[in-house]
Design a binder for this molecule. Structure first.
Ligand SMILES: Nc1ncnc2c1ncn2[C@@H]1O[C@H](COP(=O)(O)OP(=O)(O)OP(=O)(O)O)[C@@H](O)[C@H]1O
Ligand SMILES: [Mg+2]
Length: 371
């Protein structure tokens, strides 16, 4: 039986939180019981922060829904605005109604917000708020019932996913290097916190169209694995065919940071593959042959990242340093179809400064035309 939310454009959703007015400063509490203390004195009940005993005040943040951006397997992402004078755009991720009663999937959305809250990195989408929203769902036979739907609010990335981009135009090497550089950094930051993303793929890499040089953000930590908040049980296979490591097909719980290295290498392979997007399938079985179109040093490094045996793959930092060096040595400017500045691919420059991507970005019907 299908379920639909009664969530519409223009709806206002509100997160109610509590904040300690002193001591803990701006600390926000969502779990009243855990972090605040209700005491009764005379006729008045006093609510204080458990850690510093300062009074607690209630705060509200409201968001107005504008339009759904995407409806995935488990979540729906809406573009929304903060209900204040600035009307800052935000992205709000809700759980799809059919999953509201599934504890593991609910837990998944809450974990995603929790993991993202602990990650502050320019290459990772930032979470601004999280809460639950009372709303109504309707069944196919028009029965309504009240539910409490968890959601979280992120900074809004005005742009396109790398997947959208690849559907309209291949990346030139400048852009490929810029995307990979920023994503290698983001994965390095995640791995240093013992988190494995497990769904690293073009659809989860957003290109921010407002900025120059290009800023790239990693999203969708829905199936990320964290040592600190381990998944109890997942009702589904985690990962996406072409980009998922072989161990993700075999034994999901065995994934490590080297599983993300495989996915990163698969994305790098696709970005550097001027012949177009590779069809879904097992890259290690069918597509490695096609690596022949790449220069030997690049091929050698990519094959290390795509090796079946997880423990033989390097860590993300080592992998990217080697790939970057192999790209700089392989792609002499004369060999490239698109214009590349030698300086931006020279090893010394790559080691020390971020690449300034020189791309002309014009909005197209489905993505950007990169020239
Ligand atoms: N912060 C954001 N700003 C702008 N767009 C976003 C943002 N977060 C997500 N999106 C858009 O929504 C799409 C889906 O988001 P996400 O990958 O987090 O969910 P999903 O794949 O549907 O999730 P799930 O795997 O849980 O079903 C993204 O590919 C992107 O287009
Ligand atoms: Mg996704």
């Amino acid at each position: 039986m299908g379920l639909r939310y009664l969530l519409y454009r223009g709806d206002v959703i509100t997160s109610y939180k509590y904040r300690c007015s002193a001591g803990c400063g701006s600390h926000q509490f969502t779990q009243r019981k855990d972090q605040i203390d209700c005491r009764s004195g005379g006729n008045q009940s006093e609510v204080v922060c458990k850690s510093c005993e300062a009074p607690v005040e209630e705060i509200q943040n409201s968001y107005q829904l504008r339009e759904p951006i995407s409806a995935g397997g488990h979540g729906t992402v809406w573009k929304a605005y903060v209900c204040d004078n600035n009307r800052t755009p935000v992205a709000v991720k809700f759980l799809n109604p059919e999953h509201l009663d599934t504890a593991t999937v609910r837990e998944r959305l809450e974990r995603e917000a929790c993991i993202l809250r602990g990650l502050k990195h320019r290459g990772i989408v930032q979470v601004l708020d999280d809460a639950s929203h009372p709303c109504t769902v309707v069944t196919d036979d028009d029965h309504e019932r009240s539910v409490v739907a968890p959601f979280f609010v992120m900074e809004f990335i005005e742009g396109f996913s790398l997947e959208d981009q690849l559907q309209v135009a291949r990346c030139n090497p400048h852009m490929a290097v810029a995307v990979l550089e920023q994503m290698a950094e983001a994965l390095g930051a995640i791995h240093s916190k013992q988190i494995v993303h497990r769904d690293f793929k073009p659809a989860n890499i957003l290109l921010d169209g407002r900025t120059s040089p290009l800023v790239v953000k990693l999203v969708d930590f829905g199936i990320a694995k964290s040592e600190r908040s381990p998944i109890t049980r997942l009702g589904c296979w985690a990962g996406s065919n072409f980009y998922a490591s072989p161990e993700q097909f075999r034994e999901l719980s065995s994934t490590t940071d080297r599983s993300d290295v495989y996915s990163f290498a698969a994305v790098a392979y696709e970005l550097l593959n001027s012949k177009g997007t590779v069809a879904d399938g097992d890259i290690s079985q069918t597509d490695l042959q096609q690596l022949n179109f790449l220069e030997l040093p690049v091929r050698t490094v990519l094959q290390e990242g795509l090796t079946d045996e997880m423990n033989n793959r390097p860590a993300i930092g080592t992998f990217w340093t080697a790939l970057k060096a192999s790209l700089a040595s392989s792609f002499a400017p004369t060999k490239l179809e698109t214009t590349i500045l030698a300086s931006s691919l020279a090893p010394t420059k790559l080691e020390t400064t971020p690449i300034n991507v020189r791309v002309a970005v014009t909005p197209g019907s489905r993505g950007w035309d990169i020239r």
